[in-house]
Every structure is written in structure tokens, then in C-alpha cells.
Design a protein around this ligand. Sequence first.
Ligand code: SR1
Ligand code: MG
Length: 423
Amino acid sequence: MTGTKPFEALSVETLPKRLGENAALSERIGKDASRWTVREVGDGNLNLVFIVEGDKGAAVVKQALPYVRLVGDSWPLPLKRSFFEYHALTRQERRAPGSVPAIYHFDEGQALIVMEYLSPHVILRRALIDGRELPNIARDIGLFMARTLFRGSDLSMVTKERKADLALFADNVELCDITENLVFSDPYFDAEMNRHTSPQLDGVVAELRADRDLKVEAQRLKHLFAANAETLLHGDLHSGSIMVTDTETRMIDPEFAFYGPIAFDVGMLLANFWMAFFSQRGHEEKGSRDSMRAYLLKVTAETWAIFRAEFSQLWRTERTGMLYHRSLFEDQGDRLAAEQALDHVLSGIWTDLLGFAGIEVHRRILGLAHNADFETIADENLRATCEARALRFGRHIAVNRRQIHSIDEVNNLAALIEQESTI
Ligand code: SR1
Ligand code: MG
């Protein structure tokens, strides 16, 4: 799978010549590379993404660059993230079949993955901005998270295999470093690459940076993220890492994969639904997003319910790892003790996911990597109003997470804050 040539970034012009002999690609899309059409469509922060179409079909070629695309070559980033993405995708497909794009080819030296072209799928974030109420996302994403996070942990895996895998992904250092800085620290001080809607949010930003309880909580969460190698995470599970149609949902882009706390993926994902909720006001004409707002809160509740139900089911039927071993519980006829332990584990995930969610909301409004939900609101005053509400919400759920006991409580709070009138 690994070529021997030095790395060279592909371009629309060079791709057919360089990959024309690639059997995996030409078998899928047609052998005559002179007839291929190539578009570069990458709109993420890091990589090149090409859609290549031939006589027989289409495929995606994703290539890592040796730097952060969003910033440029002043910020080098290793190509090995493509290796981690490839290996994460293969594990996710095994643990949650049908939930990720099919992989046709991986070239480690060129840091490129040839994979299934998902069409007519669109990025979930885009669909939510457009006000589309997708019927299956809560179920599909809830199942994906429960299956990948449970089956990648010591609740399920043979411990020797899990430890070997943990060692493999431990080398994804630079991508973890991005999260450690951009998510958990930068929003709370005057970091160089931060930006926010200014001057409208200046006062709120100053308050948050002076908020002792919030900063301590953010660092406790960073500690958890760095030290609790619980399961193989997607690592960047936001609504820009999910592609959808009305009936299908696929998770993409797990280049940030590493072993971390189960609650991180779940919290990051739910945060993106809550941000979609707070941004709707910026995309609406005369109450036209009332139904979308109700839909988004319903999606958060359903995603968490599906996650819980599937995780519980796997706990009862697939708990083959070294943790909470059956010999201590069911094998002694004590099913209730296993249920008690399950409640304990789920309640820990719940408390921590609220923290991760609150912090994720903050970094998307105050840090380097903003999201289109808010960024596409052209009226800056309106955008700032939406963002200020989301920041308040994020602060509340991060700091008070141990006192919040249900998703309805969180959604009621979101609905209340969304109605507040001032920054
Ligand atoms: C410099 S990378 C910024 C962000 O883009 C990725 O999608 C991750 O979310 C990362 O934090
Ligand atoms: Mg990404």
C-alpha cells in the first residue's frame, strides 16, 4: 500500500496522470484516465479532497498536506494523519458496518486514501443551516457512537489487542495537540489565532476569560481528554464530519482518531446540534425556523436516547472485555449488579459529555476554527446575538454539569436562553 516515491501534493491537472495506473481507482471509475474529470472540493481545514469521475463512475481521493491548509505552510502538520484516518475507518467499518465510506486504496507515502464517492449526500452542517429536517440522523449517529465507542474499549476488546491499538494511535500526537490547544485552552486566553465577532462579543469574551470556575472546568476536561484512554474515538465528530441524505448517514474524516474518553465524541457531536439550534435565528425569516428549532432539540434527545439504549444492549450482550467481567455479576446470577454498574458508567459519560459539549461551543465561537452555522450569518449584530446565547449555554452546561441530570433539562435551558433578548 505504500509507494516509494517522495510525497507530492496532487492537483486537478496531475491527478489523472499520477493515478491513471491505479487499479483500485480505474476499476471503479473507468480505465481511460484521459477521460477523467477532476474537481478539488476540500472545504475542511486540513486536506485536499478531489472528486474524480470517469466513464464508469466516481470516487473521492483525499490527500493530506504537510501543513494546516487553513493556516498555510507556517503550520507544519505530519502526513501520518492519513495513516490514522485509514486505520480508524477500517475499525469503524468493522464495529459499525455501513457507517463510513468504503475504502478502495490507501497509499501511506503519498498520504492518500481513495474512497467511495457519497452522492447525493451533503455535509450535515450544510443541511442543518438550510433548515432540512433529516429523519434518521439521531438513530444513525447514536448507533454509530454506541457501537464504535463500546466495541473499541476494554468493555469489549481483548485487552492485549486494545493495548497494541492504543500504542498505534498514541502516535497521533500532533492532531491531539491541535485539540488540546484549540479546544481546551485557546478560547480562555488571548491566543494568537483566536478571533471572535468584535466588538459585539468583546465584553462576553472578557467575562469568560476571567471566569475562574469555567477555566478550571476546561482544564479538568483537558486532563480527562489527555489521560483517560478509554476507547478509540473518532476524535472530530462534528456536523461537518457527517454526510447525509434523507435516508442515509455516513461518518467521515476520523484523522483525529486516538484513544480517549467515550464522552468526548458524544459531547462534541451534541454541541454541534446545540450550535445549529442557536444559529437558526440567523437563518430565518419571520419564524420560519420554529419547527427546525424544535426538531434540533428533539434530535439531541433522541441521539442521546439511542446511544444509551444501544450502549446498554451491547453491555448486556457483548461485554467480553476485561472490565466489569461477567464472572463478578451475571455468572453469579446477579444481573442487577451489572445493571447498577451500567448506570454508573452511563452517568459518568453523561456528566462528562456536558463538559465537552460546553467547551466545544466556546472554541467554535472564540478560537481559530469557527463553524459555518454562525459564520454564514451576514448581519454581525444578529450573529453576535446568536453566538452570545450559545456561549452562555456552553458555560452553564460545562460548569454545572454535575448538577444536570437529564437531556430535557439541558434542552429547556437552551430554549430559555434562545429567547433572551440582549447580549
Ligand atoms: C487547525 S485544525 C482546526 C480544526 O479543524 C478540524 O476539523 C478540527 O476540528 C480542528 O480542531
Ligand atoms: Mg475534518
